[in-house]
Ligand binder design. Structure first.
Ligand SMILES: [Zn+2]
Length: 430
């Protein structure tokens, strides 16, 4: 892959970086772009930033990365280490050379600024509050979890981030970028298309670093909030092992928060009204801050409930019935979260949530599951036969017009009758 040129420009409060990228064997080049707002110093370190964004996709393709300008020797040495780690983790990534005309100098001193990657989620709120005294800037990115096509969510989420920055006395830096669109191999813009979670497992830490490295005149450290605890660590796109290796020597990269699990982090942020008023955990790209229906939203609702903070969490307005929580299907790789919830429910004596987590973990049957099991057990017995006869008689006697076509009982309309009625209604709508 050859980076043909990298340009920067600024105007109307927006600083822009554009890189023209030519993948090997591709008929056409593409553009990688970033638009920043809220800067108090000009951008710098763009060569390292573009290299950080594209070296992992190059590893997936097995092609070297050629840069048009110099990069820091610390960055080159770190990227070599990052590649060794990633190739040890993933068989489908291969070490590649990063070619550049000459090495840049070495940082003499780092600015005092500290930027915290901030999505308003549980992990970033925990790290922000933990390091509140030394954090000077918040970094909020569009194009990673908030899609470039989702204006409604971006406006609301950005407005919330501005309110947080104002209340805590921090400077908000926003970046809109198509980095994920062009570098996430699962999206198949060029070369081989990856079928798994390329972004989550391999790329997103390097992508966040790519954005932050361009801020090296403003900041000397990026705090990157952890997803996993030390006991949950596994090969993943951000990790305490991997993240520091995207540093260029100017910006230190700190993977933060592995010491606490998600329940402990929610308990910590539950003391902050503004955290509860802006908490955004949902990964579904909808116009809402939190959809309130996906697994992560429902899991967070359970955690907030255990932390006695659900009523104050304004971004989860929908009451979630217990039956809905108990009907969730838990992906196996998220099981540890529910084990932590079960232990918290047991610790505080919340028997309702204890039962819910035990049902979700398959350690206890729900009322619906128990009833189904009883019906299956009675199927071959005389009592079961009597029960079925009574049930059938009741259905026949009480069948309603709306259900008649389903049961097909005496006096009920047939399917064709109901189809005729529907078409008749449809005719009158016009
Ligand atoms: Zn959701």
């Amino acid at each position: 892959m050859e980076i043909l040129d990298i340009s920067t420009s600024a105007g109307n409060g927006v600083a822009t970086v554009r890189a023209r990228v030519q993948p090997r064997g591709a008929a056409e080049s593409f553009e990688l772009w970033y638009n920043f707002e809220g800067l108090d110093k000009p951008l710098d370190g763009v060569n390292e930033a573009v290299a950080a964004a594209l070296v992992v996709p190059c590893m997936a393709e097995g092609e070297p990365l050629s840069m048009p300008g110099r990069v820091s020797p610390i960055f080159l040495a770190n990227v070599a280490k990052a590649q060794r780690l990633l190739t040890g983790w993933y068989d489908d990534l291969h070490p590649v050379r990063v070619r550049c005309p000459a090495h840049d100098g070495v940082a003499r001193h780092r600015p005092q600024g500290v930027i915290c990657c901030f999505s308003a989620g549980v992990d970033s709120w925990y790290s922000l509050l933990k390091h509140e005294r030394r954090v000077t800037h918040l970094l909020f990115v569009r194009g990673f979890d908030i899609g470039l096509d989702n204006d409604v969510l971006w406006r609301t989420a950005r407005s919330n981030a501005e309110a947080v920055a104002t209340q805590l006395g921090k400077r908000l830096v926003t970046c809109e970028t198509n980095l994920r669109d062009v570098a996430d191999k699962s999206r198949g813009q060029w070369g081989k298309t990856f079928t798994g979670d390329f972004w989550g497992e391999r790329l997103h830490g390097a992508a966040i670093a790519s954005v932050a490295l361009m801020l090296r005149r403003m900041i000397g450290e990026l705090i990157l909030p952890a997803t996993h605890t030390y006991t949950q660590l596994l090969p993943w796109g951000t990790s305490p092992l991997l993240d520091p290796l995207w540093s260029d020597g100017y910006v230190k990269i700190t993977h933060d928060g592995c010491e606490k699990d998600r329940v402990a982090k929610v308990r910590s942020l539950a003391a902050s009204d503004i955290a509860l008023a802006t908490l955004r955990v949902c990964y579904v790209n909808t116009p809402e801050i939190n959809c309130g229906r996906c697994e992560k939203c429902l899991r967070t609702v359970m955690t907030l409930k255990l932390c006695r903070a659900l009523e104050r969490a304004k971004t989860f307005p929908r009451p979630v019935p217990l039956a809905e929580l108990r009907g969730m299907i838990i992906p196996s790789h998220l099981r540890h979260h529910y084990v932590a919830l079960r232990e918290e429910a047991r610790r505080i004596g919340d028997m309702e949530m204890l039962a819910t987590t035990e049902i979700l973990l398959g350690e206890r049957r729900s009322a619906v599951q128990a009833s189904a099991r009883l019906r299956r057990a009675m199927r071959g017995t005389v009592f079961g036969q009597v029960l079925r006869t009574v049930k059938q008689a009741w259905r026949t006697a009480t069948v309603s017009p709306i259900n008649a076509h389903r049961y097909g009982g005496p006096g009920g309309a047939t399917d064709s009758d109901w189809k005729a009625r529907r078409s008749s209604v449809a005719d009158h709508k016009g």
